[in-house]
Each structure stands twice: as structure tokens, then as C-alpha cells.
Design a protein around this ligand. Sequence first.
Ligand SMILES: NC(=O)c1ccc[n+]([C@@H]2O[C@H](COP(=O)([O-])OP(=O)(O)OC[C@H]3O[C@@H](n4cnc5c(N)ncnc54)[C@H](O)[C@@H]3O)[C@@H](O)[C@H]2O)c1
Ligand SMILES: CC(C)CCC[C@@H](C)[C@H]1CC[C@H]2[C@@H]3[C@H](O)C=C4C[C@@H](O)CC[C@]4(C)[C@H]3CC[C@]12C
Length: 369
Amino acid sequence: MAESPEARELVYLVTGGCGFLGEHVVRMLLQREPRLLELRVFDLHLGPWLEELKTGPVQVTAIQGDVTQAHEVAAAVAGAHVVIHTAGLVDVFGRASPETIYEVNVQGTKNVIEACVQTGTRFLVYTSSMEVVGPNIKGHPFYRGDEDTPYEAAHSHPYPCSKAQAEQLVLEANGREVHGGLPLVTCALRPTGIYGEGHQIMRDFYRQGLRLGGRLFRAIPASVEHGRVYVGNVAWMHVLAARELEQRAALMGGQVYFCYDDSPYKSYEDFNMEFLGPCGLRLVESRLLVPYWLLVLLAALNALLQWLLRPLFLYAPLLNPYTLAVANTTFTVSTDKAQRHFGYVPLFSWEDSRTRTIRWVQAMEGSAQ
Ligand SMILES: NC(=O)c1ccc[n+]([C@@H]2O[C@H](COP(=O)([O-])OP(=O)(O)OC[C@H]3O[C@@H](n4cnc5c(N)ncnc54)[C@H](O)[C@@H]3O)[C@@H](O)[C@H]2O)c1
Ligand SMILES: CC(C)CCC[C@@H](C)[C@H]1CC[C@H]2[C@@H]3[C@H](O)C=C4C[C@@H](O)CC[C@]4(C)[C@H]3CC[C@]12C
């Protein structure tokens, strides 16, 4: 006898659903959550691509809203079974003020939690970050660690500080009584550096390489490992975690999970070359040309210029003391906690992830291909 299709009855809300990760989560939910009845996509800026999703069997509701506005969040959350909170201000380049970063990342997360409590939504998955742990300001390496590896998480930059505070709020909210009397169940997912279709920084590196005549110059020693994870696998992990939170509330509630897959351990630049190489760029060894002390000096100069020029215009290059420290400190994870707790196995192999990302770079406007 053919299996009867599962009833469509669940309402999901994805905050930040039009961002790099958010779009992948939205598309993954539509493909892989058969019980979905309505999908609410909440974002400050709605993408035109949402329109094409509105013709399928799931009701896709686009909500233009701001997570810092408690009433807008509460209205969007009301009646949802599950919230996946990916909205955030990802800024390590000094584009936004520290106050704005806290307002969006911390106050925004408080608003999401309070909305769940007030309206009776029981399941909340939060997109945290590896940066909640490190690299720390002391530059200590974190070499293929897991969720229990001891590490001194000392931060000073507003972005990791805000993500750490928000994650803490989400974990503390686990077990709170929501409207209707049942407990809230929360968990936090911590991606390392996400890559894949739509990754703005990969786009920036590619364009920079084209401007430099097809070359990029190595700044970070090849021996420094930087954790990377494919966006499709991060999205899949969110979908699975959200699905399993109800059945495995006692095990998963209040837990953190690193996001991982089979992407190889490499330096930030060598990893990028896995995609940019096949698209015509090459990485020039430049250790003698650009010694590390010069990079530190350039990064400090960029920070000074940013401060001096701020009254006139925003100068926010990729290289600053913080990004240099992150790129130059080994931080990689090796864990199977998500598999043990909720059956996560990467949906995309490394080969798939690589091929998809290369195709996306090749399709970019102005591509060398
Ligand atoms: N990109 C990475 O490598 C990475 C790694 C680890 C964790 N994360 C986390 O993943 C999440 C998504 O990151 P991303 O890389 O997709 O960033 P992104 O900037 O592409 O997406 C963030 C989305 O949030 C929305 N947003 C921002 N402020 C908002 C507000 N006030 N109200 C409503 N929506 C708002 C933006 O419009 C955007 O669509 C973030 O929480 C980030 O901290 C990202
Ligand atoms: C030294 C320069 C030549 C290279 C600069 C690269 C730099 C812009 C990159 C390196 C590492 C990147 C971060 C890392 O992948 C992880 C995260 C966590 C996530 O929560 C937000 C993005 C962030 C901070 C990446 C930003 C870009 C970084 C610093």
C-alpha cells in the first residue's frame, strides 16, 4: 500500500529569510519539509525571488519587518509553530556602529524570544556563529575542536560579543513557559565560515582577482586552518534541527551545535582557491612581497583611515586588525554532535558543494569564463 502523504499543518517563520543563509533555509524548507502549510519569510529587505515561490503548494508569506521592532516581530510570530531566527547584522568591517549591531543581534533576538513566549510558539532554532567561541583576541588556535573543547572565549569586537550574548539569551530561554502553558524548546547552531551560492565575500574576492589581472596574493600562511561549511548543509541542519526539536526536546533543548560537513581543512585563501582557481584565478605566493608585519601595519592603517574618513564617507575594506586576526588564527571543528542528537548527515558531499559553488562563480557577471 502506498504511504499516505503527511498532512500539511505546520507554520514556520524564518527571520532574515532573504539573506545569504536565509534564502537557502527557505528553499530547503520548501523542498524538504512535507508538513509545511505556511512559510513566513520575515526580512528588512524582501527579495524579488520570493514571488516565484508563491505558486507552489505551500503558502509563502513575505513580511517586510524589522527584528528590532517588538510589535512587528510579535505579529509575524503569532500562530507559528517554529521560528528559525537567522536575521542578524553580520559586520566585521566597521560598516555599522556597535550600537546598531547590538540592537539587531541582541535586542532583535530578545524580541523573537519574547514573541514566542507571548504568542505560544514553542520551537526556536537560532543561527549563532563559531565566533561565539573564537578565534579569541589572544589568537589561541582551536584545532578541530568540538562543542565541549575548552577554549577561552574572550572577545572585544561588537559582532562576536553580540552573537555570544544573543546565543546565551536563546539557551537561557529554553524551558520558559509560553502562552498556553507549555515549555519553549530552543537550540543554537554555530556555523563556521559559510560558503556557497550567494556568498558576498567570495564575490568580492573574485572581482578583486579579476581587477588584479587574474591574480590574488597570499596573505595568510597555508598552515593556518579556517573552518568552512557549505550553505546548503547549514540550511539542511536548520531544517532538521527544527523538525526534531519537538520529538527530542529533552535531548536538544538548550544545546549548541557546530555546523559541519566534509569540506576540507584549509587556510581561508587556499579554500577560496578551490572555487576561484577553476574560474581562472591563481594565488601568488607573496610572503617576501608582503611580510606579516606589513599586513599588520596595513590593517592598522585601514582602521585609522576608516576613523579619519568617517565624517566624509564610509571606508570599510576587507582587511582590518580584526579580520586579519580571524583569518590568521586556526579555528576548525570536528564533531558529530548534530548526528548523535538529531540524525544530521550532510546533504551535499564536498564534491557537490564545490561544483555548485564553482558554477555560481562562473555564472557571475563579468566572469573570466
Ligand atoms: N556568513 C557566515 O559565514 C556566517 C557564519 C556564521 C554565522 N552566521 C550567521 O548567520 C546568519 C545569517 O548570516 P548571512 O551570512 O546570511 O548574512 P546576511 O546579511 O546575508 O543575512 C542576514 C539577513 O538578515 C536581515 N536583517 C538584518 N537586519 C535585520 C533587521 N533589523 N530585521 C530583519 N531582518 C534583518 C538582512 O536583511 C539579511 O537578509 C546571521 O545571524 C549570522 O550571524 C553567518
Ligand atoms: C587577511 C585578508 C587578506 C583576508 C581577509 C579575510 C576575511 C575578510 C575573512 C576571513 C575569515 C572570515 C570570517 C569567518 O569565515 C567567519 C565568520 C563568522 C560569521 O559569523 C560572520 C562572518 C565571519 C566573521 C567571516 C568574515 C570574513 C572573514 C573575517
